[in-house]
Design a protein around this ligand. Structure first.
Ligand SMILES: Cc1cc2nc3c(=O)[nH]c(=O)nc-3n(C[C@H](O)[C@H](O)[C@H](O)COP(=O)(O)OP(=O)(O)OC[C@H]3O[C@@H](n4cnc5c(N)ncnc54)[C@H](O)[C@@H]3O)c2cc1C
Length: 394
């Protein structure tokens, strides 16, 4: 039987970071992945440019039932540590809005960097390799692989979440947690577009392609300010992806369509200057015309000359535009989600090492656990941080 110190299941962001760190410590590492190549999600991330971290990272950028859990790993291996590594390898990068750092050339630069970090005689990688069975032994684990059986002291589960099944996502990590009696927070799709009820979908269908800056607030008061994109399926854009991670089915969201404008003051000024101008044409100077027409067609706004609006009408208009409410029908689900909410319950894990408290030698890193980041490089940072700390301990 083959013997190694560490088996890592999953050659994604977290698994490769963990393999490199354990390898540098002289541990004999075997990485197994069911896919044909490493870092498949990294390669397609950020539109092929990989938003690999963010200048501003804290535990507040993560959805996790225990909001303190991510703190330790993020502090021990921070965005600055990963940023230094990227610079050490001469990878060119650019900062985009909200402190997001992207590769200038290609996401492949990040995968190549991780593979170089793993290029050690004591680190072996196997692709198109399935794990059929895992058994706990007295001093570690035995895994039945496609062609052989391997024993190890430490087993790292780095199988990621359920999003993008086309890229080989599997629930295997959750099954391992279940096998060892570890609790799981129910999983759902996060960072995902909203779908709409048929009536809203039909009314808003013509708006497909329109993007406007808005704020969206959930019923629980979580708010994001970013661009909203109307699509032929529903609502998308960064603001929707962000808020989707905090949305519960059945809830309405409140959209402020003119977040930077005092609507009452602006309409009053327009009425004073152009009293005969229609409300439709006036609003079309503040918002996309097609959107204004849709609001009138839906009967949400009555078109009339500005001079016919009384102060009560203008206040009601402002309330509508600053508080447009819509109840999503659901989300597009794992097919298009960037992340999976929920996963292995962090109460089961040490926040310092990622080791399961009741199963010595068993570690979980990356998205498989109940830690999901905002849009903006936070998910990769979690993969680097959690993979790194586990790599120091396996
Ligand atoms: C389209 C898209 C774009 C994204 N863009 C960004 C971005 O720009 N910035 C950002 O921070 N985050 C982004 N994310 C999220 C980010 O990709 C993930 O959070 C991150 O990859 C998680 O790392 P991980 O190592 O935990 O899992 P993954 O990177 O998903 O790796 C898991 C690995 O485990 C393997 N595996 C799964 N099941 C098995 C099994 N049964 N046996 C063996 N191997 C298995 C998989 O093949 C895979 O290689 C994006 C996600 C998507 C879907």
């Amino acid at each position: 039987m083959k013997q190694v110190d560490v088996v890592i299941i999953g050659a994604g962001a977290a698994g490769l970071m963990c393999a490199a760190q354990a390898g540098k410590r002289g541990r004999r590492v075997l990485v197994v992945d069911n896919g044909k190549k490493p870092g498949r999600k990294i390669l397609i991330s950020g539109g092929g440019r990989c938003n690999f971290t963010n200048y501003d990272v804290s535990a507040a950028n993560y959805v996790c039932r225990n909001k303190h859990f991510p703190k330790s790993a993020l502090a021990r291996y921070s965005q600055w540590d990963f940023f230094s590594l990227v610079n050490e390898y001469g990878i060119t990068w650019e900062e985009r809005e909200h402190g997001q750092l992207f590769c200038l050339e290609s996401a492949k630069d990040i995968v190549d960097m991780l593979l170089k970090e793993c290029n050690l005689p004591n680190v072996e990688q196997r692709y198109r390799c399935d794990v059929h069975d895992i058994e706990k032994t007295e001093d570690g684990f035995t895994l039945k692989l496609d062609t052989d059986t391997v024993s190890c002291q430490s087993l790292v589960v780095a199988t990621g979440g359920l999003s993008m099944p086309k890229l080989g996502a599997t629930p295997f990590g959750y099954q391992i947690a279940e096998q060892f009696g570890l609790a799981r927070v129910p999983t759902t799709a996060g960072l995902v577009p909203f779908t709409l009820h048929d009536k809203d979908k039909a009314a808003l269908a013509d708006l497909s392609g329109i993007a406007i800056p808005v704020t969206i607030t959930t019923e629980s008061g979580v708010m994001f300010k970013e661009n909203l994109l109307f699509t032929h399926r529903g609502l998308s854009g960064p603001v929707v992806l962000q808020v989707s991670s905090y949305w519960t089915p059945g809830e309405k969201v409140t959209v402020d369509l003119l977040p930077d404008l005092d609507v009452v003051e602006t309409i009053n000024a327009m009425r004073d200057k152009h009293p005969a101008q229609s409300l439709k044409n006036s609003l079309a100077r503040l918002l996309p015309k097609r959107l204004v027409e849709a609001m009138i067609e839906r009967g949400d706004i009555e078109d009339k000359p500005l001079k016919q609006l009384n102060p009560k009408d203008i206040t009601a208009l402002a309330d509508y535009l600053n508080g447009w409410q819509i109840a999503p029908n659901g989300t597009e689900g794992y097919r298009t989600a960037e992340v999976t909410l929920g996963g292995v319950d962090t109460d089961e894990l040490s926040s310092k090492t990622m080791e399961a408290k009741k199963v010595p030698g068993l570690y979980f890193v990356g998205e498989v656990m109940d830690v999901s980041g905002w849009l903006g490089g936070y998910n990769f940072q979690w993969a680097w941080s959690s993979g790194w700390v586990a790599g120091q301990n396996v």
